[in-house]
Design a protein around this ligand. Sequence first.
Ligand code: APR
Ligand code: ZN
Ligand code: ZN
Length: 361
Amino acid sequence: MVHKVQAVVVKEKNAPVSLETILVPDPGPGEALVDILTCGVCHTDLHYKQGGISDDYPFLLGHEATGVVSAVGPDVTEVAPGDRVILNWRAVCGECRACRKGQPQYCFNTHNATQKMTLEDGTELSPALGIGAFAEKTLVAAGQCTKVDDDVDPAAVGLLGCGVMAGIGAAINTGEVKRGESVAVIGCGGVGIAAIAGAKLAGATTIIAVDIDSAKVDLALANGATHGINSREEDPVEAIRALTGGNGADVVIEAVGRPETYKQAFYARDLAGRVVLVGVPTPEMQIELPLADVFGRGGSLKSSWYGDCLPSRDFPMLVEQYKLGRLDLDAFVSERIGLGDIEEAFTKMHDGKVLRSVVEL
Ligand code: APR
Ligand code: ZN
Ligand code: ZN
């Protein structure tokens, strides 16, 4: 059977998104059909629209979602109909070098549904990050579904599917923040604020928020940061050192993606400190660093993709922390909107007016 559902599509580069009827096939082997409950609006959806990710138009947007499994194909053991799931873009293969080394969070061979969703005229759709969840139903690989408790607000926990997980994971997985450590976060958009939440969850006692926008610094202070620095007004490296006994932070998380902030993160770390790079640079960006400073201060410099998360391990654990009141995911839901409101949500996101707009279906 083929399901006809409403979905948000971008047909060509920079065209406004449109609400379309799409055709979603029943799940084949290894696939699951999911009734979407909520889906957050992420920068990556906007990048798809603008041609920054690939030219495989039309795209079916949306990838930060929760839903309920409505059907599964043959040989699916991960989930069953009726399960509440958070979708992920890291369905691991179990066979590549990373998986064999016991590091599936770096899987080189993640996969998606094999069957295609289409427009009514048969044109194949490219689902954003292999998900495509600005839709009443979507088809994914069963490994893209993680079962979680269903007694929680789906809009809040669904954000773990992308941006909020990237930030929390930068702190708890990549940075391995420990109780009592100091953490500095440069850039307090959705990802940076999530990194602050992750640092707090991990037990960091000094959490320093840095941004060029004082409204963002205030937002960070309201969401777990213990100190705020406006880096237009003072040198953030000096300020971070001053707040950490002259040393620098144990962990510095860069959540902007610019040369100057990469450099600040590098110099704001303590001796043997860890630098975590979450902000995504453009291909032409470069920085120069004296090797003596790379070598002399020791420590590590790691980039963090998807918060180095393992959905099957991290999603249920973080939902539990949310239920226990230790992780405030509600704070990230700035507004609840409909499938027809994506363009306005892109504008608000671009202007920094929201942490997350969440589509409810
Ligand atoms: N110094 C400090 N903060 C800065 C600077 C700077 N030079 N330039 C920008 N910022 C701040 C902005 O004011 C904003 O608060 O960085 C924040 C970026 O936030 P968003 O644009 O909302 O981006 P976000 O979704 O948080 O993602 C941040 O992480 O995953 C990546 O691709 C993503 O590179 C992006 C980064
Ligand atoms: Zn693998
Ligand atoms: Zn995303």
